[in-house]
Structure formats: C-alpha cells, structure tokens
Design a protein around this ligand. Structure first.
Ligand code: TPP
Length: 366
C-alpha cells in the first residue's frame, strides 16, 4: 500500500498518497505490515477504508472484533478519524444450514484458511477448505506447498495432511486477470499433492468422495463455468479412484485429451467432425496428479494422432506434461507430433473480444 508514498518521499515530492480499500482488506496479513511500515517511515499516506459493513456478502461483525479501522490506527502510532458517509457459487448452497457446527465462514485470509485446515488435518480431522478463486491460493502457497505437501515426507510417514482444498478456477464472465486463473500445472509440479479436475457433475461427486478419504492433500479444481452444468447424479456414486481417466467418447481417427471443461468442448467438436468424416476419441484424465498415462497412451496407440486441450497457459502448462507422457510411451505409433490447445501466455483480458482470442474456454463449436 505505501509504495507510491515511499517513491514520493524519496523523490522529495510534495504529495500525499491516498490509499482506498474495503473493510475486508483489514483481515489481510499484508494490511498490518503495510500500515506499520508506512508509520515507522513517516510516509505521507491517508488510508481511507470504505466500510460498508460487508466483505462481499459476509457481515463484517462476524469476521472481526474490530469493526472500525479508525480504532486500529492509534496502535500503529497514527491518528484515525471516522467520516460519515453482494451467489458466486451455488455449489455449497444450504450446506451451512445443514451442518451449522461444521461449516465456518472465514475472513478473506487465505493463508489462515489453509493454515487451520492443515492444522486440523494434522490433528486427525478431515477438513475441506475453500478458496474463493484459485488465483488467491497464491496468498497461501507456503501452507500448501511447504507444509501440506511435505508433511508426510518430512515426518517419515508419522504425520499426514488429509485435507481437501476446493479451488474454483478458470474463466467465467468478466472475471479478468485476477479471477480467471487455471493453475493445475503449478500443483502438478509439487510432489505430495494430488490434483483433481472433474468435468461432469457425476464425476465431481465420485472424485470428491475419494478426495475426502485420501490420506494426503487433494487440490480439487472446480471450473466455475461447470457449476451451471446439468447432468444425472445418482444418489449413490462410487468413489472414483485418483489416477484413473475415462474415455468419454470412443473414436478411431484422433485422440483428444481434454481437461475439465474442455471435455464438453471436445465432445461438441466430435459431433461436428462426424460430418467431415473424422472420428475423434475423447479422453478425460480426471486427475492430473496422479495421471493415468496408460489410458492416454493406449488411446494414442490406437488412433495414431493426439491433441491435448486445457484451459491453463501453454507455457509449461498441464498440456505439456500430458503430451510428453504420450510421446514418451508411443512415439513410434504416432503419425504426427502431439498438438496442444491451451490459453495464450497472457493475463486474462477483461475485453470480451480479446478474452475470446486468449482462451480455449471461449471456443464454441456449436
Ligand atoms: C486475496 C483475495 N481474496 C479474495 C478476493 C475476492 N474478493 C474480491 S472483492 C472481495 C470482498 C472485499 O470486501 P471489502 O474489502 O469489504 O470490499 P467491498 O466489496 O465490501 O466494498 C473479495 C473477497 C480478492 N480480490 N483477493
């Protein structure tokens, strides 16, 4: 926050920086750090908290005992004044009423959310934690990557973190650069984490049943656009083992490995390509770590051609790992190199035409 103020001070400029934020920002760990640094360096800043009593839809009074930033100011040695003066997801609808003792609302404190989940898991519970958008798991990366993922290894198997981290992700309307990330490859890279990406309501249930029973952390990537997808979900769904993909459409000419919402797009493409006499096989890995390399290689051996599509970026994305895994196993059966369809290596644009060009998520075949 006081970055611009530091620049002003160092340049000796006669300027004051006005830093405007919502009351939700008070619960960020960077908040006290920034205020304190600004105070000890006597930076010329006015902090303006627009306190609408709600952090998005959660009343502020439930998230903090301190409801006025003004009252916090003196503890940093700076004066404070008062001036008079919003369903992202239905996925968890009704769950808080059904299980009032087990569901917790949280402040916007991702490191603390994952931290308490890791702690509870170490203490023998099976917590399910949710980060509002996967983009903000970046604020909790130490807990995910250094604590949860490594605990079993570092304790020689004496401790484990049976935690599920639900991570809504991917493009949705106008979510732009900070709320549209697809980060599967980041987590595939970390030994000790399982990475799951369901593509249908039924798979979501079957994979979730497995995830909550896993002895190690599972990152459950929920593509936001799929929340509105309809599909039959039987009352009882068998747990789907991790590392077991599924052929969603059988075909002879080319294998399309599709991740998450790209499965539906591939199935749409399959219908169109029928008219052109091209018969595609659609394979859904369902979990990316562990990855069902056998099902991928078997399909590519049969068709001799493969395309991998996912919503994450092309550079070092999950499509690279999948394509390489196939080429390593069945290079001699392939008639052409494995091709990849992924997002452009750009932050997600807000502008609808640019967004459409940036991500395969925007493709509509039908
Ligand atoms: C680190 C982080 N976590 C989650 C979000 C998603 N998010 C965007 S606005 C918002 C609510 C902010 O509440 P508040 O600061 O009170 O501002 P208000 O919208 O009420 O004006 C949230 C949670 C975010 N932008 N950054």
């Amino acid at each position: 926050m006081p970055r611009a103020a530091l620049a002003n001070q160092l340049r000796g400029e006669d300027r004051v920086t006005v830093c405007v934020f919502g009351d939700g920002a008070m619960q960020r760990s960077t908040f006290p750090e920034a205020i304190n640094m600004g105070a000890i360096w006597n930076l010329p800043v006015i902090y303006v908290c627009e306190n609408n009593q709600y952090q998005q839809w959660i009343p502020q009074s439930r998230m903090t005992k301190v409801t006025s930033v003004r009252d916090m100011a003196p503890s940093y040695g700076i004066p404070g004044e008062s001036v008079d003066g919003q369903d992202v997801v239905a996925a968890t609808k009704g769950i808080a009423e059904a299980f009032p003792d087990r569901i917790r609302e949280t402040p916007i404190s991702e490191a603390a959310i994952v931290g308490v989940a890791v702690g509870a898991a170490l203490a023998g519970m099976r917590p399910v934690a949710e980060i509002m958008y996967v983009d903000f798991v970046t604020c909790a990366m130490d807990e995910v990557v250094n604590q949860a993922a490594k605990m079993r290894y570092m304790t020689g198997g004496q401790a484990s973190v049976p935690m599920v981290l639900r991570l809504p992700c991917g493009l949705s309307r106008y979510t732009a650069a900070q709320h549209s990330y697809a980060l599967e490859s980041w987590f595939m890279h970390v030994p000790g984490l399982h990475v799951v990406v369901p593509s249908t309501p039924c798979d979501a249930k079957g994979l979730f049943r497995t995830a909550v029973r896993e002895p190690d952390p599972v990152l459950f990537l929920e593509y936001k656009r799929l929340y509105s997808m309809e599909g039959a979900v039987p009352e009882y769904v068998e747990p789907i083992p991790l590392g077991v993909g599924e052929v969603k459409r059988e075909g002879e000419d080319v294998t399309v490995v599709a991740v998450g919402p790209m499965v539906n797009k591939a199935l749409e493409a399959g219908i169109l390509l029928e008219d052109e006499g091209i018969d595609i096989e659609v394979v859904d890995p369902r979990s990316l770590s562990p990855l069902d390399v056998d099902i991928l290689a078997e399909s590519a051996r049969k068709t001799g051609r493969a395309v991998v599509c996912a919503e994450d970026a092309l550079m070092a994305g999950c499509t690279a790992e999948i394509a390489c895994a196939m080429m390593e196993r069945c290079f001699s059966n392939l008639s052409a190199p494995v091709r990849r369809l992924a997002a452009l290596d750009v932050p997600m644009p807000f502008s609808p035409p640019w967004r459409t060009r940036s991500s395969p998520a925007s493709i509509s075949w039908l």
